[in-house]
Design a protein around this ligand. Structure first.
Ligand code: ZN
Length: 202
């Protein structure tokens, strides 16, 4: 059997990767990554991620989803009309998807300042969970851990069976090194770091 890594959550359709994409893909394969689960944040990204699936059929596994924060029209909370507009695409493209995502909640004060914003995010999150259930697809929910919770996270990792751990780079999001944009090639280092936290018997 041909083993390899799966990057469970990355933004390969992000503008940061547009330039030099063939090189990123080449280095990703060299790092041993066999599947890139490619999430979207907004509708404007849907066609790009599907195009990447056509171009790298053996590597890119697309998800469609509306992130709680939408970049279109300035940084704002997602709203129910956004989901209404996206819904037909979810259903039409069902056969090409591996999950619904990136979805979730983000109550960063300057992006979701009002109760209305938070209620809208919740409605869209629940709406997408319903769609995923209806289409029998998993969801890709992103939860960013703050630096202070690092040790807590490490303790939690030790309680999880090895075959239940999924790794993701969330590339091109920046990690602990704020000046370095991540790419899917970081998955190998992430895997090596995770192994350090595992109990010796795992
Ligand atoms: Zn993400």
């Amino acid at each position: 059997m041909d083993y390899g890594f799966v990057d469970c959550h990355g933004h390969i359709s992000a503008p940061e990767f547009q330039q030099g994409l063939p090189d990123v893909i080449h280095r990703t394969r060299q790092a041993g990554v066999k599947t890139l689960v490619a999430v979207t944040e907004g509708m404007e990204e849907f066609s790009r991620v599907l195009h990447l699936q056509e171009r790298y059929l053996d590597l890119v596994a697309p998800c469609l989803g509306l992130h709680p924060l939408q970049a279109a029209g300035g940084q704002r909370s997602v709203q129910p009309p956004d989901l209404e507009e996206a819904l037909p695409l979810f259903y039409n493209l069902r056969e090409r998807l591996v999950a619904v995502g990136e979805i979730g909640l983000d109550f960063t004060p300057w992006c979701a300042p009002t109760q209305q914003d938070r209620d809208d995010q919740m409605k869209v999150f629940i709406g997408q969970l319903d769609v995923a259930m209806e289409m029998d697809l998993p969801v890709n929910v992103h939860c960013s851990q703050s630096h202070q919770r690092h040790h807590e996270t490490a303790r939690e990792i030790q309680r999880i069976p090895l075959d239940h751990i999924c790794l993701e780079t969330d590339s091109p999001a920046r990690g602990l090194h704020r000046n370095v944009s991540r790419s899917p090639t970081f998955l190998r280092t992430d895997a090596e770091t995770t192994v350090l936290f595992l109990p010796p018997s795992a």
